[in-house]
Design a protein around this ligand. Structure first.
Ligand SMILES: NC(=O)c1ccc[n+]([C@@H]2O[C@H](COP(=O)([O-])OP(=O)(O)OC[C@H]3O[C@@H](n4cnc5c(N)ncnc54)[C@H](OP(=O)(O)O)[C@@H]3O)[C@@H](O)[C@H]2O)c1
Length: 255
């Protein structure tokens, strides 16, 4: 175990499954104490915590429905209490804004409600999570936003999702400028196609999988650990001179 993050504390949103869970497990493997959030999947969050503890790491889970920005201050109060008990203070070092709801839905079937929900989770929640985090995040800390290749190369079948991910890329740039004086780096990791529940339906279509793999330079679907590896680098001291970047991790999709 390399323990690049020994002594650090991280908050990872949406880590009951998929990419977030993999990020939480990787950061814990590197020695960080990990607070992970979930919404509906309590059992998934418990499994993630158990897996981390079984591997010798430290983690705990907090519930939060991030559609509701009003719930974010209360989430941080529960985080404060847990961290004060574990570490003796409420500061933490690494924030990963990962939580995301499924992005399917095109122009013709869009509704204002669906639009609002998508933006609430993918754009508004990270903004207000950062706002609440700032008084607790250590100088020299890290903010890592999980974006999507669709943020810079919009997918016409998911216009709302693509717009929301463009917002998080934009926020990444402005936060990097804002927080540079505190040596806090702010980056986005933009996955391509990664094997998770979010695209389970796509993966049932063998022709679509073949087309995606043919469009990918490295010739395969991505795994959650491929994204966690990039996040671990950015979170570590090795990533200290990288800020304000949107780093696509897609195996070279549609190059
Ligand atoms: N998979 C891909 O190919 C891909 C590609 C590009 C970008 N991404 C991005 O990567 C991130 C993770 O996606 P994933 O594929 O790992 O998705 P996933 O497997 O569907 O997991 C989504 C996670 O987000 C949480 N979440 C969803 N709605 C929430 C809400 N309202 N409040 C709080 N948490 C909520 C879920 O919590 P519960 O299960 O507890 O409800 C779960 O932990 C997202 O931001 C997504 O846009 C994914």
């Amino acid at each position: 175990m390399s323990q690049l993050l020994k002594g650090k504390t991280a908050l990872v949103t949406g880590a009951s499954r998929g990419i977030g869970r993999s990020i939480a497990e990787r950061l814990a493997k590197e020695g960080a104490t990990v607070a992970l959030t979930y919404n509906a999947s309590k059992s998934g969050a418990e499994e993630a915590v158990a897996a981390i503890e079984q591997a010798g790491g430290n983690a705990f889970a907090l519930q939060a429905d991030l559609v509701d920005a009003g719930s974010i201050p209360a989430l941080f109060e529960r985080l404060d209490a847990e961290l004060a008990q574990r570490n003796g203070n409420k500061s933490f070092d690494i924030l990963v804004n990962n939580a995301g709801n499924s992005g399917w839905g095109g122009l013709s079937d869009a509704t204002p409600d669906r639009w609002n929900t998508m933006f609430a989770v993918h754009a508004r929640a990270p903004f207000f999570v950062v706002q609440s985090a700032l008084g607790r995040l250590s100088d020299g800390g890290r903010i890592i936003n999980v974006s999507s290749g669709a943020g810079t190369r919009p997918m016409h079948v998911v216009p709302i999702y693509s717009m929301a991910k463009a917002s998080i890329n934009n926020l990444t740039h402005s936060l990097a400028m804002e927080l540079g004086p505190r040596r806090i780096t702010v980056n986005a990791v933009a996955p391509g196609w990664i094997r998770t529940d979010m695209n389970a339906a796509v993966r049932e279509n063998a022709d679509m999988v073949k087309a995606i793999e043919a469009d990918t330079a490295l010739g395969r679907f991505g795994e959650t650990s491929d994204i966690a590896a990039v996040v671990a680098f950015l979170a570590s001291a090795e990533g200290r001179w990288v800020t304000g970047q949107v780093i696509e991790a897609s195996g070279g999709y549609k190059l």
